[in-house]
Design a protein around this ligand. Structure first.
Ligand code: DAK
Length: 260
């Protein structure tokens, strides 16, 4: 499929997906949301892809939110469709077998922050800026942002950020536990790719099941989550990756995982 708003580059099992509308700070309109959904769906099915890194084109923004111009003209029906599509995209990222890393290179506001929060973790550059300006527009975050943020950093900090609409620095987002690490702008992508390569070298099934255990476990009691974890652990013993991983350790060689 041809994408008008995305740049997709793949090498050695890592795909970098760049949202490419720098003239409007990579704002998410319905075309971008639809393209992201199609691209990520395809990447999840592609056995050659082990990890996805999502970033924004240009020096200024990851994604400065949903496209306010397009949103302001939506009918109620279209707004509902837009919301459903956006929520489906965030759930898809959550449910993908492949890890998705957000590399936040500038503004991550509103729907842009929701996109970053839906990813498995966030790396930021020193230029990263984070916020939910929605209350200033008379709405609230609608792509799962309130839920993901409160679960990630706790309700008190989430309340302050969402109620004030304030924009915070990458350093503060890091201190609050929203961002795993902060790098110089030029180091952000190389560092994200370095981590992606490290993950890609591991057993893809192990990584996929670990993601499933963590994501699914968050909506379970701890006891149910542990039971689910045990069942995934057991299933992995029916795979070649488990035999290869443990065999390689015992034979003192590097494992060559096949993802099956
Ligand atoms: N949408 C459309 N265009 C945008 C944009 C956006 N979110 N953000 C920036 N742009 C455009 C600007 O209009 C400008 O275009 P021109 O005027 O050059 O044509 C260009 O990008 C450059 O922006 P600025 O000139 O404003 O650049 P500055 O450096 O001066 O300011 C800024 C950067 C990020 C502080 C400023 O651009 C800004 O405040 N942008 C808006 C940020 C924002 O409010 N974002 C949140 C949008 S609300 C829902 C689900 C989700 C959502 C809502 C509902 N449902 C389920 C129903 C999500 C809502 C949002 O994301």
């Amino acid at each position: 499929m041809e994408f008008k708003n995305l740049l997709i580059e793949s090498s050695d099992g890592i795909t970098t997906l760049t949202i490419n509308r720098p003239q409007v700070l990579n704002a998410l309109n319905s075309d971008v949301v639809r393209e992201l959904e199609c691209a990520l769906y395809e990447l999840d099915l592609d056995a050659a892809v082990k990890v996805v890194v999502v970033t924004g084109a240009g020096e200024k923004a990851f994604v400065a939110g949903a496209d306010i111009k397009e949103m302001s003209e939506l009918t109620s029906f279209e707004a509902h469709e837009f919301a459903r599509r956006g929520q489906r995209l965030m759930l898809l990222i959550n449910r993908m077998r492949k890890p998705v890393i957000a590399a936040v290179n500038g503004y991550a506001l509103g729907g842009g922050l929701e996109l970053a929060l839906a990813c498995d973790f966030i790396y930021a550059s020193e230029k990263g800026k984070f916020g939910f300006p929605e209350v200033g527009l008379g709405v609230i975050p609608g792509f799962g942002g309130t839920q993901n943020l409160a679960r990630l950093i706790g309700p008190n900090k989430a309340n302050e950020l969402v109620f004030s609409g304030r924009i915070i620095s990458a350093a503060k987002a890091h201190a609050w536990g929203m961002v795993n690490e902060v790098f110089a702008q030029e180091e952000l992508l190389p560092k994200a790719l370095e981590t992606a390569r490290e993950i890609a070298g591991k057993g893809a099934l192990g990584v996929a099941y670990a993601k499933d255990a963590i994501v699914s476990g968050l909506s379970m009691t701890k006891e149910d989550g542990c039971r689910y974890e045990a069942s995934l652990f057991g299933v992995l013993f029916a795979t070649g990756d488990q035999r290869e991983g443990m065999g390689a350790f015992l034979e003192k060689r590097t494992a060559e995982f096949k993802g099956k």
